[in-house]
Write a protein that binds this ligand. Structure first.
Ligand code: ADP
Ligand code: TRP
Length: 331
């Protein structure tokens, strides 16, 4: 791994992964793992500022890990682990707190959004803001710097956090001498937003999601609930405005997509039939991984074994960095 760029990313376990998460965030990471050495962790500590139920965090951690494993993550190239399993992360976070200006945290988008909302609603500006949320970027900088990351693939919303990690590395290096590399964010190709059952962005906050690896009968029920316009079967339909078509296009081959596009435009196909085509496509693509996923979810010790192995490998790098930092800061 020495002369290769180190790629690192974290995934926050705050919900059951849905089709939007998979297409927008998880599948690109799985693709990337095929030809990059990557540190990839489930960022359970980052979930703590919003979820105060241990069972829930644990469940989502297993779901994400099992999904990544069964959907083809390359485990030879990837060190997959749980963020909280590495004790060095708590220590590096504390060390970095002392070179991080408070003003930097005040500029974080997620914190700013909270205080703007509080201002609008007339409550105390810091209402609902815990220190986990406020210092979230320091923990994230520690994640990135602990493993000497060069490249951090993230969604657009996380770009600022990676830039903060760069800033924090810079502050540290200025005071203590060259220690950390400056990481670069890379923003994945924008696949557009996957619409949910009601046509808005698929999101757990809208309760309009389709969990990627839910049982077949649940998948069918959800697909059948996708909201459509009221065109009759005979009428021509615009595929580009259809949630059904958009979802289909992320799972089908180029030929299949072209064929369905034509059927939308030609007319003669009702939305019920289009939904059946969509359901059958997703169901067939996912049927094998789903079996393995269900197996792992009922045998979580097998997921733990993979995560523990990842943690052991991650710890070697983490310990080295921490020793260096501690020596520079405390002698
Ligand atoms: P949710 O909106 O359900 O709370 P998150 O905000 O936790 O989802 O999203 C985690 C990741 O999944 C983000 O990187 C985001 O880019 C991606 N993602 C979430 N919803 C969608 C969507 N509808 N289409 C494309 N990508 C999505
Ligand atoms: N904050 C990221 C998110 O909400 C997850 C994350 C935590 C992360 N630590 C990271 C991403 C380090 C990249 C690098 O999606």
């Amino acid at each position: 791994m020495t002369d290769e760029k180190i790629v690192l990313t974290g995934i926050k376990p705050t919900g059951t992964p849905h089709i939007g998460n998979y297409i927008g965030a998880l599948r690109p990471l799985i693709d990337m793992s095929q030809n990059h050495k990557t540190f990839m962790f489930i960022a359970d500590l980052h979930a703590l500022n919003s979820i105060h139920d241990a069972k829930e965090i644990k469940q989502h951690t297993y779901e994400i890990a099992a999904l990544m494993i069964t959907m083809g993550l390359n485990l030879e190239n990837t060190i997959l682990f749980r963020q909280s399993d590495i004790n060095e992360i708590y220590q590096l976070t504390e060390f970095l707190m002392n070179v991080t200006p408070k003003g930097l945290m005040n500029r974080a988008h997620s914190y700013k959004a909270m205080i703007e909302k509080n201002t609008e609603t007339g409550v105390d500006i810091d209402s609902g803001v815990n220190m986990g949320l406020y210092t979230y970027p320091v923990l994230m900088a520690a994640d990135i710097l602990l493993y000497n990351s060069d490249i951090v693939p993230v969604g657009k919303d996380q770009k600022q956090h990676v830039e903060f990690a760069r800033d924090i590395a810079g502050y540290f290096n200025n005071i203590y001498g060259e220690t950390f590399k400056l990481p670069e964010p890379i923003i994945g190709e924008d696949c557009g937003l996957i619409p949910g059952l009601d046509g808005r962005k698929m999101s757990k906050s809208y309760d309009n999601t389709i969990p990627l690896l839910c049982p077949s009968n649940e998948l069918k029920k959800k697909v059948m609930r996708i909201i459509t316009d009221s065109k009759t079967p005979e009428e021509s339909k615009n595929p580009d405005e259809s949630t059904i078509f958009q979802m289909y296009s992320h799972f089908a081959s180029a030929d299949e997509i072209a064929a369905l596009r034509k059927r939308f435009l030609d007319g003669g196909m009702g939305y019920g039939e289009a939904k059946t085509i969509l359901f059958e496509k997703i169901d067939s693509v996912l049927s094998e991984p789903r079996k393995r996923y269900e197996y792992l979810m009922t045998n979580p010790s097998e997921i733990d074994a993979i995560l523990n192995q990842g943690a052991e490998r991650a710890r070697v790098v983490a310990a080295r960095t921490l020793t260096k930092v501690k020596k520079k800061m405390l002698g």
